[in-house]
Design a protein around this ligand. Structure first.
Ligand code: COA
Length: 371
């Protein structure tokens, strides 16, 4: 039988990304993440994942125009967003709205590859708008039309804040998007591939992925990190808090990884951004507390910080509400999920593992009166 949690099992071949857990490397279509980070935009990564190469200027302009053109949400979906209870957690809202987007897309069940590619771009363009609209609607604010001159990162910030972001804020979120775009056969990508492998539809596959990402052992960990930091409160209380968690076998959010047995290569990029932002804000305590937690976990448990650990401080420093941290992960990962769905469809076979039955055998039915 496979290891618990399918550890070590290769579930698919992919050209999209490679997670080298033993050496702590992440590769997108042949490029090491350290080579891409800071040199290419999120839109260039979308092109890389979807077309297999980094775009030239013309291809990039074409992709940006396509994404901008797809941003407008159907009115029916906007109505649903506005009717959701204001208390709905954003990941629940996102899961519901992506499913609704399928209902309003007459091409939802068109299974030609051209249509699937169109829907992939549509989802990459619309998921951020849907999330920003939900965030504004729950505060009773007007929904702004997307600004087609802005990048994906800048437009999202503009729609949630109501003002155009500084170049620094835009570049920071853009780099976060680049770092989160794809990550091998992670749990949500696996969900998306399992769903599309039944020849369901693109919207169902991405809805499955969102439901899977939401959990605290996956994308939900970044929200857990900031909650933990606030709960601890100050640097002098870190040691006691961590020791108490370890004694009670409670997980420290943002630490550990199924595949990386060394440093998660995305963490140093996020740590650097967190350091710069915290220093500018004059609030070094978050990064100081984070560093101390990471140090204890490394020395005592040999576990490293993962992507969620420092991204939490980055988003917090950008003044992004905590419950939008995981949706931002979803926005960026939609590029990877949709690329995996298309890859699965190109060489599809139903994904259907077996289970090992460990229950009783040979039982006889006792008449109901005698049970
Ligand atoms: C990511 C994660 C789910 C990987 O899970 P996994 O591969 O099943 O690893 P395990 O839970 O089997 O962990 C192995 C050991 O390390 C411990 N461990 C792993 N992550 C830990 C954490 N964050 N805090 C405390 N202990 C941890 C486990 O308790 C276990 O210890 P044990 O052998 O004494 O029982 C896990 O590390 C975790 O829950 N991390 C926190 C959530 C998180 O940050 N998720 C985002 C991942 S990108």
């Amino acid at each position: 039988m496979a290891g618990k949690g399918l550890e070590g099992i290769v579930a698919a071949s992919t050209r999209l990304s490679d997670v080298k857990g033993d050496v702590g490397e992440l590769i997108y279509c042949g490029y090491n993440i350290n080579e891409l980070a800071g040199k290419v935009s999120y839109e260039e990564v979308v092109h890389l994942l979807h077309y297999g190469h980094l775009p030239n200027k013309k291809e990039l302009a074409h992709l940006k125009a396509k994404l901008a053109e797809e941003r407008d949400l159907p009115q029916g979906v906007i109505d649903i967003i506005q009717k959701l209870p204001k208390t709905t957690p954003p990941m629940h809202a996102l899961r519901t709205v992506v499913s609704a987007l399928g209902c309003f897309d007459p091409e939802c069940d068109n299974d030609s590859m051209d249509s699937q590619r169109e829907k992939a771009m549509r989802l990459i363009a619309r998921i951020p708008i849907a999330m920003a609209y939900f965030h504004r609607a729950r505060q009773g604010k007007t929904l702004l039309p997307p600004d087609h001159s802005l990048s994906e990162a800048a437009n999202f910030l503009y729609l949630i804040d109501g003002e155009k972001p500084s170049a620094e804020k835009e570049n920071t979120l853009d780099l976060c998007y680049v770092l989160h775009a794809d990550h091998g056969m992670n749990a949500s990508t696996f969900s998306a591939r399992v769903t599309i492998a039944t020849l369901s539809d693109m919207y169902s596959a991405i809805t499955s992925a969102i439901g899977t990402l939401k959990g605290p052992l996956h994308g939900g960990a970044n929200e857990g990190v900031i909650k933990m930091l606030k709960e601890i409160g100050s640097l002098d209380k870190v040691d006691a808090y961590v020791q108490e968690c370890l004694a009670q076998k409670k997980k420290i959010m943002g630490i550990g990884h199924r595949v990386y047995k060394t440093l998660d290569p995305r963490a140093p990029h996020l740590k650097r951004m967190a350091q710069i932002l915290s220093a500018k804000l004059g609030e070094p305590k978050w990064i100081q507390m984070s560093d101390r937690i990471a140090e204890i976990m490394l020395t005592q448990k040999h576990l490293h910080a993962n992507v969620d650990f420092y991204s939490a401080t980055v988003y917090y420093s950008l003044d992004i509400p905590t419950d939008l941290f995981t949706p931002i992960f979803a926005i960026a990962r939609t590029s990877g999920w949709t690329a995996h769905v298309l890859e699965q469809l190109q060489d599809n076979r139903l994904i259907r593992p077996q289970s090992e039955y460990i229950g009783p055998v040979g039982l006889k039915v006792t008449p109901i009166e005698q049970r």
